[in-house]
Design a protein around this ligand. Structure first.
Ligand SMILES: Cc1cc2nc3c(=O)[nH]c(=O)nc-3n(C[C@H](O)[C@H](O)[C@H](O)COP(=O)(O)OP(=O)(O)OC[C@H]3O[C@@H](n4cnc5c(N)ncnc54)[C@H](O)[C@@H]3O)c2cc1C
Ligand code: SF4
Length: 555
């Protein structure tokens, strides 16, 4: 089709950054601090910076201290609530066992961290970047990587707007732009869709363990003042998950009577009947948790994948003309459930190498110093110490795996490990078992007060997409959905998608009954779980028209 379309206009920059999250914005700021004359542009698919940002978030301030020394004195800095009380629990049915803080590996200590809305933090960082001269284009999704004559990345193209569902241009058609650059930084977050293409194009995962993921589902609540304990951070694992299924919860009290509550479920789960959304709803009914929300009001909802593979799954992060930074590279620290600090530190590290290359008059080459340098940087040191936590949990289950992981983090703090570096094994898409060998799970009905259904939840994410556009959830082989996803795995997409995008609908009654796969693409909250968990790797998430998707209120 592109042959019939007019040529795209091109704009030239020194650096293009794809994604206005913490990694992309920290990179942009650092670039302008080091090279004030460099032209830097950030493209962000959300309607505004922060609109697609979903996090906990209890953040380690190390990167803020490095990037913006003096931020602690700024009245408008959105890092206000300091952690005062740090609790870990193991849940068993209706009981909870608090783990003594003294037993926890030192790196899991949250004292000194801040509880924030990461969306608000990104808005603040964006203002800082703009003040330094960075151009930020919200509402534009980068949909294509541009390659030069020597195979190097030379920028990205933003998606065309105004294409109908049938693929034909509408009256509102506007051609995308080419944003060309000497270096392009990919900062799309976990399972970036251009990042995924680059991994394949340059074979960047060769010799690495497969990347692992979790799905994080979060609600934001306004609670009554008597139930609000600003600075309280509470993490749990165990119930409602069984011993074989990894995951846990977070609950953070901050701001004006706000509580962020969420559940992260590892996407290597086996039972296709499991629903991460329903497990989260069930978790909130635990006596330790439910009283926080009595007489409270739920005001936000959203979901996002997190990269869990860590040290051994980080791909090669540099290639000709570009680099991966932040969660696009997989720099999240899983046992800490923290990625913001590494996202920002990796963005800053990459920016410093880009600035040095620009100063030397280079363009389009491979930033090998970033590739060789990150493992000995603070990012690498942070990930090295926790590299076995996730594989041990997956291999030995929650009860034993967490204990072994804790032991390994303690010994790593002292400089050694009994376990070497454990492999992850299979990618998450290969972990589901056929439905015939699994037990169906019956979940309680939502009460509409503490527990909710999917559609009323998605409503709170303010998700909207232009309906008349090509479906952005692409099936490589539509026939495989019925033959395998439905017939073999009993349609797990209807359960793992936190936004109710996928449905299997019975078309006729009686012996001729036919099941039809329906994709309600307009509900998609861009979490990327389908792209990760479909058992056949048959679903690919591509960027819809820029500006579409959730508009999260301070998530
Ligand atoms: C439920 C949950 C809880 C978490 N809790 C914590 C916590 O307590 N503490 C902590 O430190 N970390 C936490 N994290 C992790 C943290 O949020 C991430 O590590 C961090 O946000 C990564 O930053 P990033 O810039 O790499 O990516 P992101 O924050 O994902 O930002 C990527 C940005 O790029 C944009 N984008 C993507 N693709 C394109 C494209 N093609 N074109 C244009 N724009 C694009 C997106 O819209 C988004 O704005 C949590 C994550 C989740 C999901
Ligand atoms: S369609 Fe895929 S990316 Fe969109 S919300 Fe559902 S699982 Fe997430």
């Amino acid at each position: 089709m592109s042959e019939e379309l007019p040529a795209r206009e091109a704009m030239e920059f020194d650096v293009v950054i794809v994604g206005g999250g913490p990694s992309g914005l920290a990179a942009a700021i650092r670039l302008k601090q080091v090279s004030p004359d460099a032209s830097v542009v950030v493209v962000e698919k959300g309607a505004e910076v922060g609109a697609h940002i979903l996090s906990g978030a209890c953040v380690d301030p190390i990167a803020f201290d490095r990037l913006l020394p003096g931020w602690r004195e700024e009245a408008d800095a959105p890092l206000k609530t300091k952690v005062k009380d740090d609790r870990f629990y193991m849940l068993f049915g209706q009981r909870a066992l608090r783990l003594p803080n003294a037993l926890m590996p030192p790196l899991l200590n949250n004292h000194g961290a801040f509880i924030v809305s990461l969306g608000d933090v990104c808005k603040w960082l964006a203002a800082k970047a703009e003040a330094l001269g960075v151009e930020i284009y919200p509402g534009f999704a980068a949909s294509e990587v541009l390659f030069g004559d020597n195979g190097e990345v030379v920028g990205v193209a933003t998606g065309d707007m105004g294409i109908g569902r049938d693929g034909a241009p509408k009256d509102t058609f506007t051609r995308g732009m080419e944003l060309r650059a000497k270096y392009t930084l990919f900062a799309e977050g976990a399972r970036g869709h251009l990042g995924k293409r680059l991994l394949a194009h340059y074979d960047l995962c060769k010799g690495r363990e497969p990347q692992k993921f979790g799905i994080g589902i979060k609600e934001l609540w306004q609670v009554t003042p008597d139930r609000h304990h600003p600075g309280l951070v509470q993490h749990t694992f165990g119930w409602p998950l069984d011993n074989k299924t990894g995951g846990g919860s977070f609950l953070y009290h901050y701001g004006e009577n706000l509580v962020a509550v969420g559940f992260v479920l590892h996407l290597n789960y086996e039972n296709p009947y499991l629903s991460p959304f329903e497990e989260f709803q069930r978790f909130k009914t635990h006596p330790l948790v439910r009283r926080t929300f009595t007489d409270g009001k739920r005001i936000g909802y959203g979901a996002r994948a997190i990269a869990e593979g860590g040290w051994q799954s980080v791909p090669k992060v540099a290639f000709p003309g570009g680099v991966l930074i932040g969660d696009d590279a997989g720099f999240l620290n899983v046992p800490r459930i923290k990625g913001t600090h590494n996202a920002m530190l990796s963005g800053m590290l990459a920016a410093e190498h880009v600035a040095a290359a620009l100063a030397a008059g280079r363009a389009g080459d491979e930033l090998t110093d970033y590739e060789t340098g990150w493992r000995s940087s603070d990012v690498g040191r942070d990930l090295w110490k926790v590299r076995n936590a996730k594989p041990l949990w997956s291999r030995f289950g929650t009860a034993i795996g967490i204990g072994l992981g804790g032991l390994d983090m303690w010994t790593n703090a002292m400089g050694f490990s009994f376990f070497g570096t454990r492999p992850h094994g299979k990618p998450d898409s290969a972990c589901l078992k056929p439905a015939a060998s699994c037990r169906p799970i019956t979940y309680p009905k939502p009460d509409g007060v503490l527990t909710f259904d999917r559609l009323s939840s998605v409503y709170l994410s303010n998700t909207n997409h232009e309906e008349d556009q090509p479906v952005h959830l692409q099936l490589a082989d539509p026939g495989l959905q019925k033959a395998s996803e439905y017939d073999v795995y009993a349609g797990p997409s209807g359960r793992y998608c936190p936004a109710g995008v996928y449905e299997w609908v019975r078309e006729d009654d009686g012996p001729q009954a036919r099941m039809r796969f329906v994709i309600n693409a307009q509900n998609c909250v861009h979490c990327k779980t389908c792209d990760i968990k479909d058992p056949n790797g048959n679903i690919t998430w591509v960027a819809p028209e820029g500006g579409g998707g959730p508009v999260y209120p301070s998530m």
